[in-house]
Design a protein around this ligand. Structure first.
Ligand code: NDP
Length: 314
């Protein structure tokens, strides 16, 4: 008898095969809202999923800004793509450093004026395998949640007003899910607050992560009902998911012609440095849904969570 694990593996493998095929189908002229003047920015793009998203977006003909917190590494990564004929530019960007964010915005303004797509991919995780230390919780929450929020806020004024809307894509994780078979969150109060999208605010999300960090400092987090594996990372991605919904709600109030659509996605378990190359899919497959979301034809999809090109529950 085939177990449920095997069944879901079979289903996932089949879906990944379908997606590999979908990726080979070129966008038709009426779907292509972008040109070579369309500018996409990808954070943390010197390696892994970020690098791959740059490669795929540039392959579709956009101008892509590969950013990296390490100048030399980023220049080298961009060079690989430039030598392959891709329209890729580089600028340093550390999402933890407000002066780096400010410098980046000034450079964008001077060189490109405005951007069309922002992909928030930069992130950290300090636990591999069954380790679950919370030693680096502050760094994880600061980078994955506050860093992502700060770059989004800085870039929104630099996003182009266009009929097809500008796009923000946040790379998150199923580990940050609030309900469903794989949700590891046991704290009902937190779940209820973050699920209630109508009442959800940025302040509620900030308070949730502050409460988690306080419990870490006090040594009481283990009884707090937080996920028991990849705890700090899961909380950080839960926060980015919730913030994506708040952001989408705020941005939907913008007038027609000035819309910005914000969505998030889980790339799957990907063979990158973050997983110690222990994932089950390639960076190319992991990048796919992010690229697909960034390029969606004019459909006004916003505030949703995706995986393998399908909407999933938060
Ligand atoms: P990598 O570790 O290969 O890439 C992470 C990237 O983020 C690196 O380029 C890293 O730079 C960069 N980064 C970290 N901190 C900062 C910062 N302060 N400012 C700018 N850049 C920074 O991992 P992945 O490619 O796997 O991860 C990409 C995204 O996908 C992350 O958000 C991750 O959480 C998410 N994800 C990954 C999964 C997986 O299975 N791999 C699963 C679910 C989500 P540097 O090289 O300098 O460290």
């Amino acid at each position: 008898m085939v177990g449920s694990k095997e069944k879901s593996k079979e289903k996932r493998d089949k879906r990944l095969q379908e997606i590999s095929l979908l990726r080979t189908i070129p966008y038709s002229d009426h779907q292509r809202w972008w040109t070579s003047e369309t500018v996409a920015v990808v954070t943390g793009a010197n390696r892994g999923i970020g690098f791959e998203m740059v490669r795929q977006l540039a392959g579709h003909g956009l101008t892509v800004i590969l950013t990296s917190r390490d100048e030399n590494v980023g220049v080298e990564a961009a060079k690989i793509l430039q030598e392959g004929g891709f329209n890729v530019d580089f600028h340093r960007l550390d999402i933890l450093d407000s002066s780096s964010i400010q410098e980046f915005c000034i450079w964008i303004k001077e060189k490109y004026g405005l951007i069309d797509v922002l992909i928030n991919n930069a992130g950290v995780n300090y636990n591999v395998g069954s380790d679950n230390s919370v030693e680096f919780s502050h760094m994880v929450i600061s980078t994955n949640y506050y860093g992502t929020k700060n770059i989004i806020k800085a870039m929104i004024p630099l996003m182009r007003h266009a009929c097809q809307g500008a796009r923000i894509v946040n790379v998150t994780s199923r580990l940050g899910r609030l309900k469903g078979r794989h949700s590891k969150l046991e704290n009902e109060a937190v779940r209820a607050k973050l699920m209630d999208v109508d009442s959800l605010t940025e302040e509620i999300v900030d308070k949730t992560v502050s409460e988690f960090l306080k419990q870490v400092e006090e040594g009481t987090w283990e009884s707090g009902g937080w996920p028991h594996s990849f705890t700090d990372y899961s909380v950080s991605k839960m926060a980015v998911n919730a913030y994506t919904r708040v952001l989408a709600k705020e941005l939907s109030e913008r007038p027609e012609g000035e819309k910005i659509y914000a969505n998030c996605f889980c790339p799957g378990w990907v063979k990158t440095a973050m997983t110690g190359y222990a994932g089950n899919i390639s960076a190319e497959d992991g990048a796919d849904t992010g690229v697909w979301l960034a390029l969606l034809p004019d459909q006004a999809i916003t505030g949703k969570f995706f995986a393998e090109r399908r909407e999933i529950n938060f």
